[in-house]
Each structure stands twice: as C-alpha cells, then as structure tokens.
Write a protein that binds this ligand. Structure first.
Ligand code: GLU
Length: 448
C-alpha cells in the first residue's frame, strides 16, 4: 500500500470509530497530513501499524462526578482521563474544566500532547483529562467539593510513574491544591510528583505558572530572529486573558514589545498604551471578573463586546485563548494588516482554513504543539525537582525553559528542512520531529 493510501485509510478508520468527535478528527488530520515524507523513509512504521496504533488511546477513563452545590442541590458532571500514549514516559498532560469539554475535545488535546511532549525531549508520554464542570460563578467551597469528587475516581488511575495530570483551562493553583489534598487523603501518601502546577510552597516549581506564556514568547522570539527581527518596538495582540495570555503579555513587555489588545469570552479590550498586566491579573485571577472591568479602570482602554481583536493591526499575534478561535476571516484580516508572525500559545487555536491563509501569505506560523510546549516542559522540570526533593531558583528554572524552547525551535527547523518543507515550515517540522521520537520508541517496545 502506498503511503498516502495508508494515511487516508487510518484517517477514515479514526472517523468511523470515533463518530462526531470533530476536534479529534481535526487534530488527527492535521498531524497525519504532515507524515507522508517520514513514512516514505520508514516503511517499517507502515508495516508496524505505528500510525494506526498512535491514533487509538492506550486507555480511556470516563466517569461520573457527583457533587452538592451551595444550595444543597445534587449536581452531576462527567470526568475524563485519556491515557493516550506512554512510549516516551508516564502519561502527562493537563485537566480542563470547561462546559465545552467532551470526549472529542479531550482526545484532540491528548493527541496533540503526545507530539508536544515528545518535542520537549523530556521523557513524558501524552495524556489529557477534564470535565464539563463550569467553575465560572462557583464558590470556592463548590470548586473544592467538585475537585474532591473528581479525584475520588481519578486517584486510582494516576501516579508519578503512571500518569501525571496538571492544569489547563479552568484548572489553576487553587484546583490543583484541592485535587492534591484529596489524593493525599485517599492514598495516605505525600506523592508530590503525582500532579504538577502545585504552589511553590509545597512541591511546585518556580516559573511553572509563567512557563506556557513565557515559552511561547521565547519561541516567537526565535522565529523573529530568523528574519533579523525582535519584539523590540513591535505591536502585539494576545487573545485570551487566562494563565497563558497573562504571562505572554508580561514577557512581550519585558522584551520591549507592546501588547495593545487582549480578550475573554465576553469581548476584547484595546489599550494603545499597552495592557497593564498587573491590573489584568488582579481582575482575572483575584477578582475573577470580566474584561469590561479592565476598560472601566483604565482611561486609555476601550472594551468591545462585538467584533474580534484580530481586526486590531499588529506585527505579531499570539492566540492564547482556545481551539479554533482564528477563523479564515480573522487570518485574512491579520494578513491584510501586515502581521509578521502568528505563534500559538493555546492548543489548536487556528482552524485549518486559517493556517492555509498564513501559509499562502508566507507568514511565519508557529503551531501550538511546538510553541506552547514550555508549560509541559516546566512540568517535567517540576517532576525532576520532586523526584530529587529539590527546589531550583526562578532564574535557574526559567533558563532551563528558555533552553528547551530554543531546542524545540531548532529541531522544528532542522526537521522541516530535512524532510523537504524548507526550514520555515514549522508545521511539518513539529509534526515529523514529534512523530519520529514516539514512533521509534513504539517500534523498539514491540506491538503493545
Ligand atoms: N495543559 C498544558 C498543555 O496544554 C500543560 C500540561 C502539563 O503541564 O502537564 O500543555
């Protein structure tokens, strides 16, 4: 069977076996459409059905999460943990708490995570989990009871050598704290390495909170450097205003750029003086309020509930909100306004149509599985510190993060060039480089 027929057959089987899981199909198609040149060079992967095996999670756990709200009403959510691939190490990946979460979303995220984690070179497999629980508007006590119920099932599936969850959308330090507390109570073990993203005071790593946003900016910096450019004096838009966006904004400012717009699900703000990141943190992380509050507090800012921040002219766009937020028309607007680089802090924020627009226009495009790998890479650093009962300084940890991002960037360019895409084809480079590491390990470990 020739390679493209093989790839099409695997895609058709994924669609047949996982009906209705649109985001999972999209993520599989995105990766598989890069793999042709790698499979031509490695026919043994076709014979060993490596791609077929990669697309089938090793284990999928779906469970009921019952809890009681502050009014005494019983609520029921659904919990997920997809243990996708352990060829390179224990399953590793975050938990997402958001009403949009379903099996297809968790599988798309888990699938992406396999290649992202492989790219970091850090010995971590791919997994993802979460729940359709909506933390918005819930009290601390409700979030705690939900996390305790969620962990009451999850604890039997995880472990520092088995599966190590962390945060994602809707899961930050507060949730990790409640999850860890319940894990410890159920197992009677202080296994610090069972979760990452812990507060620094009891087993967390310095720079883990900042890592995804900082890492995406380091990756963008490397991309700009290939054009002899930098962030200095550049106009930047960052979508989102959660953990990834906040620290992306902070690092862009530290490097001399100016972030003039950011967003949340209610709309976006434009602030020509540059987003005040401390004010934004206070509003989003402490007060947990909507973005319009930012514009009320800043005379230089205006809030808009309609339209999109991608209409705001910029040199660099950092999508840091969620999947499929950049549609074709957004990509066209960015391109018309002269964007130089689009670098994904979120997971799969660009639709396939948007990526096509960037590709045709010759815009530098950094795919999420490479550009946002800094978060999970720093989680792996947290695991190292936990295993050694050690704590590194912020500067030491940030330097390791920066080195990982430089390596991932270089590996994407080297691989893209080697497999015929040209060094600027970061999509090809990231997909093939990640795939080869996982495929080699899977072949060496036999048919499992
Ligand atoms: N949720 C993050 C990601 O998408 C981090 C995962 C982790 O640290 O395990 O990569």
């Amino acid at each position: 069977m020739d390679v493209s027929t093989h790839i099409e057959a695997v895609q058709a089987e994924v669609r047949r076996r996982n009906p209705g899981e649109a985001e999972f199909h999209q993520a599989v198609t995105e990766v598989l459409s890069s793999l042709g040149p790698a499979l031509v060079r490695h026919p043994e992967y076709v014979r060993g059905a490596v791609v077929d095996r990669l697309c089938e999670p090793e284990r999928q756990v779906v469970f009921r999460v019952p809890w009681v709200d502050d009014e005494g009403a019983v609520r029921v959510n659904r919990g997920f943990r997809i243990e996708f691939n352990s060829a390179l190490g224990p399953y590793k990946g975050g938990l997402r708490f958001h009403p949009s979460v379903n099996l297809g979303i968790v599988k798309f995220l888990g699938f992406e995570q396999i290649f992202k984690n492989a790219l970091t070179g850090m010995g971590i497999g791919g997994g993802k989990g979460g729940s359709d629980f909506d933390p918005r508007g819930r009290s601390d006590a409700e979030v705690m009871r939900f996390c305790q119920s969620f962990m009451t099932e999850l604890y039997r599936h995880i472990g520092e050598r088995t599966d190590v969850p962390a945060g994602d959308i809707g899961v930050g330090g507060r949730e990790i704290g409640y999850l860890f507390g319940q894990y410890k109570r159920l197992t009677n073990r202080f296994d610090a390495g069972v979760l990452t993203g812990k507060p620094v005071a009891w087993g967390g790593s310095h720079a883990r909170t900042e890592a995804t946003g900082y890492g995406a900016v380091f990756f963008a910096e490397e991309m700009l450097a290939t054009r002899g450019a930098s962030f200095d004096g550049r106009r930047v838009v960052v979508s989102g205003s959660g953990n990834v966006a906040l620290y992306a904004i902070e690092k862009v400012h530290a490097l001399g750029g100016r972030v003039v717009a950011c967003s949340d699900s209610s709309g976006y703000v434009v602030d020509e003086d540059g987003i005040d990141v401390e004010l934004l943190k206070e509003i989003k992380e402490v007060r947990r309020e909507r973005l319009s509050v930012y514009a009320e507090a800043r005379p230089t800012a205006r809030f808009s509930a309609r339209g999109t921040l991608y209409d705001v002219p910029c040199d660099v766009a950092l999508p840091c909100a969620t999947q499929n937020e950049i549609r074709r028309e957004d990509a066209v607007a960015l391109t018309k306004n002269g964007v130089l680089a689009v670098v994904e802090g979120a997971n799969m924020p660009s639709t396939p149509e948007a990526v096509e627009v960037f590709r045709e226009a010759g815009i530098l495009f950094g795919p999420g599985k490479a550009a946002n790998a800094g978060g999970v890479a720093t989680s792996a650093l947290e695991m190292q510190q936990n295993a050694a009962r050690d704590r590194w300084t912020f500067d030491q940890t940030e330097a390791r993060l920066a080195a990982v991002m430089r390596d991932v960037h270089a590996e994407c360019r080297r691989t893209a060039e080697e497999y015929g895409g040209g060094a600027d084809d970061y999509v090809l480079g990231a997909n093939i480089a990640g795939f080869l590491r996982v495929a080699d390990a899977m072949q060496a470990q036999g048919i499992v």
